[in-house]
Design a protein around this ligand. Sequence first.
Ligand code: TXA
Ligand code: MG
Length: 335
Amino acid sequence: MPARRVPPRPLLLDAMDADAVATAADALRRGDLVVLPTETVYGLGADARNAEAVSRVFHAKQRPADNPLIVHVPDVAAVGEVVRLTPLARELAASWWPGPLTLVLDAHPGLPAVTTAGLRTAAVRVPDHPVALALLLAAGVPVAAPSANRSGRPSPTTAAHVLADLGSSVDVILDGGPCRVGVESTVVDARGQRPVVLRDGAVTREQLGARAVAPGADLAASPGTRHRHYAPACPVIVPPPGAAAAAAAGLAAEGRRVGLLASATAQIPRGVQDLGRFRDVEQLASMLYGALRAADARQLDACVVEAVADVGLGRAVMDRLRRAAAGSGRSAPAP
Ligand code: TXA
Ligand code: MG
């Protein structure tokens, strides 16, 4: 009897291939797990209304069950099956969608509890990536998609990062090349009169306007902030602007294997590995998670990343760096 042909898992699809999006859309509708590129980071997608599929997302990522997922839809017309829009949400959506802004709103009662982690709210966004939008349109189902990393690891910005973390625990990986932005979307509670920033991200507080307010002490509103995040295995050290090369040189002089991600004006000292150079904060954001992963792949003893000013996109970058440094047992400068 001929052996039954088992499709390779995960099925790796180049998003530019003719049938790739249609194949991935079919898989989503069947309840399979499909990794998709977005403008921020890669997402691990499942039909948001299929409780069994969404449970597999939590299992594949080893994600704590109390951390809800972002639901992705192709346009504002499709949010009705996920959340109830408020006037503020309509205003924000008109300004920022498609784009890296996630809105937290009252959840549609039909959404399974596993997607919302049992909360009465749900997070929703329209991603600004042609492949993601084509997939969402073709699938015709809302897609719950956390970042496609193993829980606690840096978010993936290439398909190779996803493969390294999740490998055969996903069904399909749709490879759309490197993500443009490199840090996650901004999460905003849009239920009230003013946007409340729950997680800094690619849309800055400055862009959201003076009306944006930071959350109070009630972190229950933003479950993801309770969990360890973004940390590579090797210690991350974040010296102030201008001081990173000297800090890296000092560690190398002690005989440690050290990597440096610094501004383009810094000199890489002898004995220090170059993890990348950035001209501005946008470029740093796009390189950051790849550099943290490279530090682990090269089994470095320390990864030194030059700090940037805590304004604009720098706020999101420094937030991730502080978490990475804390997760690896080192301290970054206070906010
Ligand atoms: O850019 C992004 O946002 C990427 C791409 C794939 O869209 N996704 C992403 O998902 O970063 P994830 O799961 O890694 O982060 C989602 C964040 C978490 O901090 C989670 O706690 C928060 O959104 N969140 C989700 N639903 C929420 C809700 N109902 N209330 C408050 N926060 C919520
Ligand atoms: Mg994540």
